[in-house]
Design a protein around this ligand. Structure first.
Ligand SMILES: *Cc1c(COP(=O)(O)O)cnc(C)c1O
Length: 357
């Protein structure tokens, strides 16, 4: 982007806004879709339910509909700076959507490796429309990731899975935004955990904000895995992770240590919520006007579980991160809703059907 275009656009996107806190320099070409700066919404409903102040960091409002964009802007910008003209990821979900969009923005090739069999092509719609080269391999997800790493080592292709350290750097900016909005750190920070890159990133963001003197206290970091995919909670790799929340269906998290460190050093914890609890919170958020994808509801499900166990202090300031948008995977919203009643095309029957007559 040239200087004039930047001036017109203003300091938008997480790299421009947090330039001094990210591994970028004057030579870094900034590839951005004005990600970040997402709302921190006060939840009157959850605050009343839990007798606390509950804020929702609504990161599904990023350009491609998930927090992945915060890290992807840094990963793609650095790939371009380092002379790469192609990026690669193994993904069936939000990472590929984000990588494809930012690669398109940069004019780079984006390759996406997906495991063979039962991959819903609908999930890859974003990657496809942004022109990513999607390749199905005869193997599972772990093999796809292993192959991606191998190819990135031996060819001028940049791997943009969450093992790419620039992703975590970019994602930490969400913590900066929270402390700016609240003027302090929350007492408790709750969020979903899959590969655990994001909880690692938030903890880094809070600790850097603390070191910079922006906040006096650090929050307790409380991460939530799905019951059928809870390796960090059980301390064991899960061979065949199962949960309806596909974005956190991870059996061997890449940033496992980052998550346990964040929990330990902050006096927090990593817990698990059942699919039923995730679905209930998914619906309760929607009843408040916020449509998230299932995985994104795990932090709120965790909050309600803690409240039921009497583990929420009266008046505590709590942030729950909502990681992705519900339109990513609308099947659940439709599947659990009643069919619309069919009535005559007249006001009377319509009002009666609505119980308003
Ligand atoms: C990627 C993702 C997660 C999990 O984040 P990790 O960094 O892998 O722990 C949770 N929710 C959504 C919507 C995601 O896209």
């Amino acid at each position: 982007m040239n200087e004039r275009a930047l001036a017109v656009a203003g300091a938008r996107g997480v790299i421009k806004r947090y330039f001094d806190h990210l591994p970028v320099g004057p030579a870094t070409p900034i590839v951005t879709l004005d990600e970040g700066d997402t709302p921190l919404i006060y939840s009157a409903r959850l605050s009343e339910e839990c007798d606390a102040d509950v804020w929702l960091k609504w990161d599904g409002l990023n350009p491609t509909g998930s927090f992945k964009d915060r890290g992807m802007t840094v990963a793609i910008s650095k790939a371009l700076e380092e002379g790469s003209n192609a990026v690669l990821c193994a993904s069936t979900g939000n990472t590929s959507a984000s990588a494809a969009a930012y690669a398109a923005r940069a004019g780079m090739i984006c390759a996406v490796l997906i495991p063979s069999g039962n991959v819903a092509l609908g999930k890859l719609a974003q990657a496809l429309i942004h022109g990513a080269r999607v390749i199905e391999i005869d193997g599972n997800f772990d093999e796809a990731l292993g192959l991606s790493q191998e190819m990135a080592r031996s060819h001028p292709i940049t791997l943009v899975n969450s093992v790419n350290p620039y992703r975590i750097e970019g994602q930490k900016t969400a913590a900066f935004e929270i402390v700016e909005a609240l003027g302090r750190a929350p007492d408790m920070h709750l969020m979903p955990v899959g590969n655990a890159g994001n909880i690692t990133a938030y903890w880094r963001g809070y600790t850097e904000a603390h070191a910079a003197g922006w906040i006096r206290e650090l929050p307790a970091m409380i991460g939530w895995q799905a019951g059928g995919a809870a390796p960090i909670v059980t301390g064991k790799v899960v061979k065949d992770p199962k949960t309806i929340a596909t974005a956190i269906r991870i059996g061997n998290p890449a940033s496992w240590n980052g998550a346990t460190e964040a929990a330990r050093l902050s006096g927090g914890s990593i817990g698990s919520v059942r699919d039923k609890e995730i679905l209930e919170s998914y619906r309760s958020l929607a009843a408040e006007g916020i449509f998230v994808e299932l995985a994104a509801a795990a932090g709120v499900a965790g909050l309600r579980q803690m409240h039921a166990q009497g583990r929420i202090q009266h008046g505590a300031t709590i942030v729950c991160v909502l990681t992705g948008h519900g339109l990513k995977d609308p099947d659940w919203a439709v599947a659990t809703a009643p069919r619309p009643p069919r009535v005559a095309a007249e006001a009377g029957p319509i009002l009666r059907s609505l119980d308003l007559a």
